[in-house]
Design a protein around this ligand. Structure first.
Ligand SMILES: [Zn+2]
Length: 1024
C-alpha cells in the first residue's frame, strides 16, 4: 500500500468509528431476529406471526416457468450463420441445459457454494448456524449462508429487493427456496442456478460468462476456466477475471487483454487470483479433483487463458444491425399485435435468433473500401472567405445575391486555450449593462416553443471544421452555450440579450482579450469532441431477385451504435431519378421506344424562362447547349435534361409519381407548400425531400429483376428461444412493368455505362453494367445507381451540410466501380437475360425510323443503329429526316439553274420535321443545325449572265468587247458592272438581286441575355 493510500485509509477509519459501533448493534439485532426465524422454521413457531406477515403478499410460483422468466439476449446472424451481434441491454444471457455442462464446472460451483446441495432441502442449517455464530464473533456480516437454492430464489423471485437486508426478504427467500425444492428436481434447480447467477462483465449465467471471458461455450470449459468462473460468484466486481477501463485510465502495470475498441481497453484483473485458488482448494477438499490436477491448475498463467468475447463483429459498422433491429421490432409489433415497447423488450430479453440477409464477406469488403480515405474526394478547393470559413451561395430567383458562412474554420472560433471567441462587432452592450449577442453571427439562437409560445431559447455554437494532417476535413457539431434560462431573452431584432445579473454573478463566464473580443471559457460551452469526416457517403447492395440487403453502410469513419444512417435518409436524387420517373413509363406506354425522337432545343417553363439547361452547355450555351434531334436512348445515355422534362410533361406528372411508387419510393411529397408534383422534381430529381439510397437502389432493382419490385429487407426469419419461427420475411413483390419493358430500360441504362455515356466510369472489366449517374444542383449530391446480372448497388456521396462537391457524379461512379469490382470477384461473367418478344432492328437515329440509303450518308457519318424494341413497337416508316439536295459548291447553298455544272453536286442533309428557327429562340443553335438542308438558293449564280463566269466557259458565239461588255448569242448584253440589257430593251440593274437571304451562321442575333444565363439556376445543370 502506498503512503497516500495508507493515510487515506486511516482517515476513513477514524471517521467511521462511531457508525461502526452503531452498525454493530444493528447487526446484533438483525442476527437475533434471524435466529428467531430459523428457529420458527424448525418448528418452535415463535416467529410464526412475523412469517405470516412477510408472506401475506407473496405470489404463488410456477417453477416450471423459470426458463421463460429469464432474460436471454437475442442474436443476429449473417446469411451463413456467423454471429453479427449479441443484442443486449443490461446483460448477456444464453440458456444452457444441465446435461450440457461439464462436471468440472458443476463441481466447481458445488464445492465452493453449497457442498451439501444434493442432500439438503433448501437450507444448510448447520452451516447457517455456524455462520451466524462466526458473524457475531467477528463482528462482520453474515457470509456464505445461502444455499444454491436460496441464491436461485433470490435471483429469480426477489431480484428487485436482492440487495435489501430486511427480515421480510429473508423470510420470502426461505419460502421460495422451500417451494423450489418441493416442485423441482435438484438438477433442475442447479440448471436454473447456472443460468441465473451474475458472473460479472454483464454476463448472466455460465454460458454468457464462458463467451465473455473465454469466447467459448460453457460445455467446452476446462478445469481452470470452470474454477475461474465459479470464483466470480462471491463478488462479481472483485473477482471478475478482467476489467474494462477507459483508455485514459489504463495504467502501465495493467496487462492488456484486448485493445480493439476505440474507447475501452480490457485489462487482466489480478484480484481474481486468490479466489480462483480458493475454488481449486475447495474442489480438492471435496475430492472433485486430484492432487495432480490441483497442483497443475494452481500454476496456470490465467492471463493466457482469457480471450475476451465480442458482443458484435467489430469489423463491421452498426448501420446494418441497427436496421435489422428496427425492422424486427416493427415486424413483431405488427405480427404479434403488441406495442413497440413490448416488441423492443422481446428483442432484448427473449433470446430471439434473427437470421439476417447480410453477406459478411461483402459487408467486410465494403467496410474496407470505406475505411480507406483515398477512395473519397477531399474538400480543399471549396469556396471560402478570407478567414477560411466555408461559404454557400445565397440565391434569390435563381441568382446568386451573396454568400453566407455555412461552416466556420475551427481556429477562427476557438482560441488556443479552448475558449469560444466572439469577435468585437458580434456583440454589444445595452445601457443597463446587458450583453447582447447579435443574430446570425457565431452563435445560433434556437427558439423553443410550446403551442406556438416561446418557452425558452437555446444558444448553440455554430458548426466548425478542421483539416487533419492528411488534408481530410472533419466537421464538428456546435453544442450549447450554458446560460441559465432566466437570463436569456430576445430584443426586438431577435438578438439575444444576456442579463447583466448573470454576468455579475458569473464573472468567469467570459473574459476579454486585448482586441476587445469576448472569450467564453471552455467550461461554459461545448462542441462535439469527435469530428465527422466530410464528404460523407453511403452504399446499399441488394440481391434484386430476392430483395435481400447484402451489404449496407450509412457513413464513413463512424463508430458506435444508433448512428445517423445516411443509407436510409432521403437526399436529392438528381438525374438518377430519370430512368424511373420518365423513361420507364414512356417505354411502358408503348407510344415511345428507344428510337423515339425528341428535339433537344430551348425549352421554357411556365413563366417563359428558358429551362432546363443541359450539362453540356456550360462553356458555350449558344452553340453547345442543345444537341438537336435525339433518340430516347441517347437522351438517357447522356443524361440530357430537356428530353427528360419534355417526357415528364407529355406523360403527366401523376404518371411519373405512380411509377415511382410502384418501385417502392415512399418519400414523394404530393401536398403542402412545396411538392414534387412538377417536372423539375419528376424530370430532373429536384425533389422536396429526396429519395433514400436504400429506396433508390431497390427501385433500380425492379428494372434489373424483369420489372418486379421486391421490397428490400434485412432478415429472413426470427425464431424464439425454442427454435419456433415467429417471423418470416417472404419477398413482397410488386409488378411494375413487363420483362420486355424492363429489358429495354436495361439496354438504355447499359448504353450510359458501356457506350460512352455519363456513367462510363462505372464500367466493370468482366461484367455488364446498367446504371445511371445523378448530380444535383450546386453539386451537393453525387450518385451512381446501377446493376449487373448479379446485384444492384447505389452509391451516394455528399456533405452533411450543404457544401458542394468537386467533380460531381464522377466520384460516385468511380467508387461504385471499386466496390462492385470487389463484389464480383470470382463470379462468372454473364449478360443480362433477354426475355422473349424483344427484337433488334436497324434504325436511323435522326428520324427514329427505318433507315434509307440516305441514313448512312449523314454528313457526320452513318446514323444507322441497331436498337432493341418490344416486338410490334418497331418503326414501320422510313427515314424522312435525311434529304438529298443539289448544292452549289461555290455558295454552299441550293444550286440554281444558273450554277455551273461542274460546281454543283448532291449532298445529304437533315430536315427537321418541325422546323427550328434560332431567331425565335434567342439565337441558340442546336449542334445539328449546321446539317440542316439550306433554305437559300445560290446567290452567286443568280442568272445565266454572270460577270464571274470565266471567258473560256462562255457559250460559243459570245462576243467580248474591249470594254468588257459581253454579247451573248441570243443578243443579251452584260455590262462590266453587271447590268443586263435584254434584246427587248429591258434593263436589270445588279442591285436588283432579291435572291439574297440572311445567313444564320453570320447573322446571330446579338442577344444580351448571356448575363442572365450565367446565373440561370436551372435546377439540375451538371451531369458528367
Ligand atoms: Zn451557285
Amino acid at each position: 500500500m502506498s503512503e497516500e493510500n495508507k493515510r487515506r485509509s486511516k482517515r476513513s477509519k477514524g471517521s467511521k468509528k462511531k457508525s461502526k459501533k452503531k452498525s454493530k448493534i444493528l447487526l446484533f439485532l438483525k442476527i437475533t431476529f434471524l435466529l428467531f426465524i430459523i428457529i420458527g422454521f424448525i418448528g418452535v413457531g415463535i416467529a410464526a406471526g412475523l412469517v405470516s406477515a412477510a408472506l401475506k403478499d407473496v405470489k404463488p410460483i410456477d417453477p416450471s416457468r423459470i426458463p421463460l422468466m429469464l432474460d436471454e439476449n437475442s442474436f443476429i446472424y449473417d446469411n451463413k450463420g456467423n454471429v453479427l451481434e449479441k443484442i443486449q441491454r443490461d446483460g448477456l444471457r444464453t440458456i444452457v441445459k444441465y446435461e450440457e455442462v461439464d462436471d468440472d464446472l458443476k463441481n466447481a460451483f458445488i464445492s465452493t457454494e453449497d457442498r451439501t446441495f444434493f442432500e439438503h432441502h433448501g437450507f444448510n442449517y448447520k452451516r447457517l448456524v455456524g455462520a451466524v455464530i462466526q458473524g457475531i464473533k467477528s463482528g462482520g456480516r453474515i457470509k456464505g449462508t445461502s444455499t444454491i437454492t436460496q441464491q436461485l430464489a433470490r435471483n429469480i423471485y426477489l431480484s428487485e429487493i436482492k440487495s435489501e437486508r430486511s427480515l421480510t426478504r429473508k423470510i420470502k427467500e426461505a419460502y421460495y427456496a422451500i417451494q423450489l425444492e418441493k416442485s423441482l428436481q435438484k438438477e433442475q434447480i442447479f440448471e436454473a442456478y447456472l443460468n441465473t447467477i451474475y458472473l460479472g462483465s454483464g454476463a448472466y449465467g455460465v454460458q454468457a460468462a464462458a463467451q465473455t471471458y473465454f469466447s467459448k461455450d460453457a460445455k467446452d470449459l476446462d478445469l481452470v476456466e470452470s474454477a475461474l468462473i465459479a470464483g466470480i460468484t462471491q463478488s462479481p466486481r472483485r473477482h471478475s477475471p478482467f476489467i474494462t477501463k477507459k483508455k485514459e485510465d489504463v495504467d502501465e502495470d495493467d496487462y492488456v487483454l484486448d485493445d480493439s475498441d476505440e474507447i475501452y481497453t480490457i485489462v487482466f484483473n489480478e484480484s481474481c487470483l486468490d479466489r480462483y485458488k480458493d475454488v481449486l482448494f475447495f474442489m480438492r477438499t471435496t475430492n472433485s479433483i486430484t492432487e495432480k490436477q490441483y497442483e497443475e491448475a494452481k500454476n496456470v498463467d490465467l492471463k493466457t487463458k482469457l480471450k475476451p468475447g465480442k458482443l458484435k463483429n467489430t469489423n463491421i459498422s452498426s448501420f446494418f444491425t441497427d436496421l435489422v433491429k428496427d425492422e424486427v421490432i416493427d415486424a413483431l409489433t405488427i405480427e404479434l399485435d403488441i406495442a413497440k415497447e413490448e416488441a423492443r423488450n422481446m428483442l432484448y430479453t427473449q433470446g430471439l435468433k434473427i437470421y439476417s440477409t447480410l453477406d459478411l464477406d461483402m459487408q467486410t469488403n465494403l467496410e474496407n473500401i470505406y475505411a480507406d480515405n483515398k477512395n473519397f474526394p477531399q474538400l480543399q478547393s471549396i469556396r471560402k472567405d478570407k478567414q477560411g470559413n466555408i461559404l454557400k451561395a445565397v440565391k434569390s430567383n435563381g441568382k446568386t445575391i451573396g454568400y453566407s458562412i455555412v461552416l466556420y474554420k475551427q481556429e477562427n472560433i476557438i482560441s488556443k486555450d479552448g475558449d469560444l471567441i466572439i469577435p468585437k462587432g458580434d456583440f454589444k452592450y445595452a445601457d443597463n449593462g446587458d450583453l447582447i449577442f447579435l443574430k446570425n453571427k457565431r452563435l445560433d439562437f434556437i427558439s423553443l416553443k410550446e403551442k406556438g409560445k416561446l418557452v425558452g431559447i437555446k444558444v448553440k455554437v455554430m458548426d466548425s471544421y478542421k483539416f487533419d494532417d492528411k488534408k481530410d476535413m472533419y466537421m464538428y457539431k456546435g453544442n450549447t452555450v450554458k446560460i441559465p434560462p432566466q437570463y436569456k431573452s430576445y430584443d426586438k431584432n431577435n438578438n439575444l440579450i444576456v442579463a447583466s445579473e448573470f454576468l455579475k454573478s458569473n464573472p468567469n463566464f467570459f473574459k476579454k482579450d486585448s482586441n476587445g473580443n469576448i472569450l467564453i471559457s471552455k467550461n461554459n460551452y461545448s462542441i462535439s469532441s469527435k469530428g465527422i469526416i466530410q464528404p460523407q457517403s453511403s452504399t446499399v447492395i441488394i440481391d434484386y431477385r430476392t430483395g435481400e440487403i447484402k451489404a449496407l453502410i450509412g457513413g464513413r469513419n463512424i463508430k458506435g451504435q444508433k448512428q445517423f444512417n445516411r443509407a436510409l435518409s432521403p437526399r436529392q436524387p438528381g438525374s438518377a431519378i430519370k430512368p424511373l420517373s420518365v423513361f420507364t413509363p414512356a417505354i411502358d406506354s408503348k407510344e415511345w421506344t428507344e428510337a423515339s425522337i425528341i428535339d433537344d432545343i430551348p425549352h421554357y417553363d411556365a413563366n417563359g424562362r428558358r429551362w432546363p439547361r443541359n450539362w453540356y452547355g456550360k462553356s458555350d450555351p449558344k452553340h453547345k447547349g442543345y444537341w438537336g434531334l435525339t433518340t430516347l436512348r441517347e437522351a438517357l445515355q447522356h443524361s440530357m435534361n430537356v428530353p427528360a422534362v419534355i417526357l415528364a410533361e407529355r406523360l403527366g406528372i401523376s404518371t411519373c409519381i405512380e411509377y415511382l411508387k410502384k418501385m417502392g419510393i415512399s418519400s414523394i411529397v404530393e401536398s403542402g407548400a412545396s411538392t414534387d408534383t412538377n417536372s423539375a422534381a419528376m424530370g430532373l430529381g429536384g425533389m422536396t425531400k429526396g429519395i433514400s439510397p436504400l429506396e433508390l437502389t431497390s427501385a433500380y432493382g425492379s428494372l434489373a429483376n424483369a420489372g418486379i419490385h421486391i421490397k428490400p429487407f434485412s432478415f429472413t426469419k426470427v425464431t424464439d428461444r425454442d427454435g419456433n419461427i415467429i417471423l418470416e420475411n417472404k419477398p413482397q413483390k410488386n409488378y411494375v412493368v413487363s420483362p420486355q419493358v424492363a429489358y429495354i430500360m436495361t439496354d438504355m441504362l447499359r448504353s450510359g455505362v458501356e457506350e460512352g455515356g455519363t456513367g462510363g466510369r462505372a464500367r466493370l472489366k468482366n461484367m455488364h453494367v446498367a446504371g445511371k449517374t445523378g448530380t444535383t444542383s450546386d453539386n451537393y449530391d453525387a450518385w451512381f445507381v446501377g446493376y449487373t446480372p448479379y446485384y444492384v448497388a447505389g452509391v451516394w456521396i455528399g456533405n452533411d451540410l450543404q457544401i458542394d462537391l468537386p467533380n460531381g457524379s464522377r466520384l460516385s461512379a468511380e467508387l461504385w466501380k471499386k466496390i462492385m469490382t470487389k463484389m464480383h470477384e470470382g463470379l462468372e461473367e454473364k449478360n443480362f437475360e433477354k426475355p422473349e418478344g424483344i427484337i433488334r432492328v436497324a434504325i436511323d437515329k435522326e428520324s427514329g425510323k427505318l433507315p434509307t440509303e440516305l441514313s448512312s450518308k449523314d454528313p457526320r457519318g452513318s446514323t444507322v443503329r441497331n436498337y432493341y424494341f418490344i416486338a410490334g413497337t418497331q418503326p414501320t416508316e422510313y427515314d424522312d429526316v435525311h434529304v438529298e439536295a443539289v448544292i452549289c459548291a461555290e455558295s454552299g447553298k441550293l444550286a440554281t439553274e444558273y450554277c455551273p455544272g461542274d460546281v454543283i453536286g448532291n449532298q445529304v442533309f437533315i430536315k427537321r420535321p418541325i422546323p427550328y428557327n434560332p431567331e425565335e429562340h434567342g439565337g441558340y443553335i442546336p449542334t445539328d443545325y449546321q446539317y440542316e438542308v439550306p433554305k437559300e438558293y445560290c446567290d452567286i449564280h443568280t442568272s445565266n449572265f454572270n460577270t464571274n463566269t470565266p471567258i473560256e466557259n462562255l457559250p460559243i458565239g459570245t462576243i467580248v468587247l474591249p470594254n468588257g461588255t459581253r454579247i451573248y448569242p441570243d443578243g443579251t448584253k452584260l455590262l462590266i458592272d453587271g447590268t443586263i440589257v435584254y434584246p427587248d430593251g429591258t434593263v436589270k440593274s445588279p442591285l436588283d438581286n432579291t435572291n439574297i437571304n440572311k445567313n444564320p451562321e453570320t447573322n446571330n442575333p446579338n442577344s444580351n441575355d448571356d448575363v442572365v444565363d450565367s446565373d440561370d439556376d436551372s435546377l439540375i445543370d451538371s451531369n458528367d
